[in-house]
Design a binder for this molecule. Structure first.
Ligand code: NAP
Length: 294
């Protein structure tokens, strides 16, 4: 029976991947959190892998605090760059498969058309740079590894995301100001997990870099408007009356973000024979799930 280790099991994506793997009776899914496999501690990584003997590692654990990474780059580097390299050394040694999750923030956002897997990378913040270093460490240590870059992730699991923030604020406030000059593809963990599980179980030989997001593009402003429209249609409690588009310059953050980070998903879509669902469908599915859990 195949043993699949999912790191970052309490995170948004890790929790969803585990939820999709666990019911499959022909494999054993094992989720780890930092108490069993601490990505900041190389010895903890080695011990956990020796103990758990995975056939596949799906690497979802990461330092994801984009702004905080600017002031603690060493910790972000340990978790996002050194740890993935160690995972890749382990999978290369064991003959196991590594599927690692990376980000649109490896790009500078200046291209203006969807980024291909082969486009030159150039991170503009500490978080993106550590994730890029992680990709490089993996590819150097284990050429059979697959790296899936995704973007603008949200789901019901994990501690927080843009959708949950909008719903929380929109419950009490009549007016919200949201950035309208950053463009990307909002991506639901349900759809990302389906693609990754598919890659792990049905395309085990696929290696190298892949892009997966939901289809379609939006600004954060477009996304916020859609969240409130879909939430209202489901009868979720809302006080919001107006969403006002603002610029990135109006909402300064410690870390710079790419202005345009749409990822072209054709390579993985061709491999899987499946086009990613549109982001608005993903949003609707997430909100329905959230409502059913309320
Ligand atoms: N969120 C996004 O918008 C986005 C966009 C593009 C790509 N990605 C990538 O997608 C992947 C999944 O992201 P996500 O949104 O699911 O992130 P998340 O919800 O923040 O989950 C990350 C998980 O990693 C765990 N973690 C952090 N430090 C750790 C350590 N030292 N040892 C073990 N586990 C540790 C966290 O555990 P604790 O809860 O204990 O801190 C958390 O459960 C990441 O690789 C991320 O870079 C995310």
């Amino acid at each position: 029976m195949k043993r699949i280790l999912v790191t970052g099991a309490n995170g948004q994506l890790g929790a969803e991947i585990l939820a999709q793997l666990t019911p499959i009776e022909t494999l054993k899914a094992i989720g780890t959190t930092r108490d069993r496999l601490d990505l900041a501690d190389p010895e903890s990584i080695r011990c956990a892998i020796v103990e758990l003997e995975p056939d596949i590692i799906i690497s979802c654990g990461a330092y994801t605090a984009v702004d905080r990474a600017e002031t603690e780059p060493e910790l972000a580097q340990a978790i996002n760059a050194i740890a993935p390299g160690l995972l890749a050394e382990a999978t290369a040694q064991l003959g196991a498969k590594l599927i690692h999750i990376s980000t649109d923030y490896v790009f500078d956002g200046q291209k203006g058309s969807p980024y291909l897997e082969t486009d030159p990378t150039k991170a503009i913040g500490a978080y993106g740079q550590t994730k890029l270093d992680g990709e490089r460490a993996i590819l150097a240590a284990d050429p059979t590894a697959a790296i899936v870059r995704t973007a603008w992730v949200y789901g019901v699991g994990g501690t927080g995301n843009f959708v949950k923030t909008m719903l929380r604020l929109g419950k009490d406030r009549e007016e919200l100001r949201v950035v309208a000059d950053q463009i990307g593809s909002p991506s639901w963990t349900g759809d990302i997990a389906t693609a990754i599980v598919d890659l792990a179980l049905d395309h085990g030989d696929a290696s190298g870099v892949f892009h997966f997001t939901n289809s379609g593009v939006a600004s954060w402003y477009d996304f916020a408007v859609a969240i409130f429209e879909e939430a209202a249609a489901l009868g979720l409690p809302l006080a919001i009356d107006r969403v006002i588009p603002i610029t990135t310059a109006d909402y300064p953050t410690p870390a710079q973000r790419p202005a345009y980070s749409v990822l072209a998903g054709g390579k993985l879509a061709t491999l899987r024979g499946a086009i990613a669902p549109h982001w608005r469908d993903g949003l609707r599915s997430m909100l329905k799930e959230l409502k059913s859990q309320a």
